[in-house]
Ligand binder design. Structure first.
Ligand code: ZN
Length: 297
């Protein structure tokens, strides 16, 4: 108990601590990697990349779409596909409850958006995964939408591009989820047989079932800097082989050094890199004016 209490003048309103924290987070962003405090607006305009250390934070599927495709060219496909619950799976919640919560949080029906677009005026068939929807996990809807993205590329002679952001298969769909691995891998084979180009882009994280299927089967495999890329987790491998693994194990740079990734590309340079690659693939001239990367605003 304090002996003296200074009365708060009437003209001062003190916000409760939670509100102060919320306002602070709205204005500022602290980089997880280097601890620099940045103005949130500037950090968001820089596509959530720290200008000091280059840390690439996660962005949403919508932000990725704005980042890479030509303005107003995206035409979404299969947006209404929704997962059923054939296994009646229940953990601490029912599967339909988890889906409903994820739909409310992200405003979309599952963990991937797909469609037609152009990038540097080259027609593409595109699938962008969203980690915010149940960890970007691949259940039957995600698998089906990615398969249809590949079928669209085959049918309309488009370049297929997938952007992975996922923890792997969706455990609530068990074997149905694992079946998506073979389904998407079979379509990768079909694209190879028909010379349909496929570019796989790995973002943080790209792990487990997705890496055991389509994401590792691109004709070209690109990745963002510092992305977590691998199949099993580092701790699981260390416990199995009883060895300490390097600190940068399963980063995109480490995986590139070992020959699995073709290019590590900064987020701000991803659209420019794609335009160059796509126009080379299609034997088109370079665009006359090299585009500056737009801001995220
Ligand atoms: Zn930083």
């Amino acid at each position: 108990m304090s002996w003296f209490r200074r009365p708060t003048p009437e003209y001062i309103t003190i916000s409760p601590p939670q509100q102060r924290e919320r306002i602070g987070k709205h204005v500022w962003h602290k980089c997880e990697a280097c601890g620099t405090v940045l103005r949130r607006k500037e950090w968001e305009n820089n596509w959530k990349v720290c200008p000091v250390c280059g840390e690439h934070d996660r962005i949403t599927a919508d932000e990725r779409l704005r980042l890479i495709v030509d303005t107003d060219t995206f035409e979404e496909t299969n947006a209404n596909l929704v997962s059923n619950d054939p296994l009646k799976f229940v953990d601490t919640k029912t599967y339909p409850d988890r889906i409903a919560a994820a739909r409310q949080k992200t405003g979309r029906n599952d963990a991937v958006i797909t469609g037609r677009a152009t990038i540097g005026e080259v027609p593409v068939s595109l699938a962008i995964m969203d980690f915010a929807f149940m960890g970007g996990s691949m259940g039957s809807v995600v698998g089906e939408k990615i398969a249809r993205t590949m079928e669209l590329a085959l049918a309309e002679d488009r370049v297929c591009i997938t952007l992975a952001a996922t923890g792997g298969a969706r455990m609530q769909e068990a074997t149905l989820s694992l079946m998506q691995l073979t389904k998407t891998a079979q379509l990768c084979r079909k694209m190879q047989e028909t010379d349909t180009p496929f570019i796989s882009i790995l973002t943080d994280p790209s792990t487990a079932g997705i890496m055991a299927s389509f994401a590792s089967l691109g004709d070209l495999i690109l990745a963002e800097p510092g992305a977590y890329v691998g199949f099993a987790g580092k701790r699981v491998i260390e416990a199995t082989i009883r060895q300490t693994l390097p600190a940068n194990f399963q980063t995109s740079e480490f995986v590139q050094e070992h020959g699995f990734i073709d290019l590590v590309v900064k987020r701000s340079e991803m659209r420019g890199a794609l335009i160059t690659l796509l126009r080379q693939i299609r034997h088109m001239d370079p665009l006359p004016i090299e585009e500056e990367p737009a801001t995220a605003e």
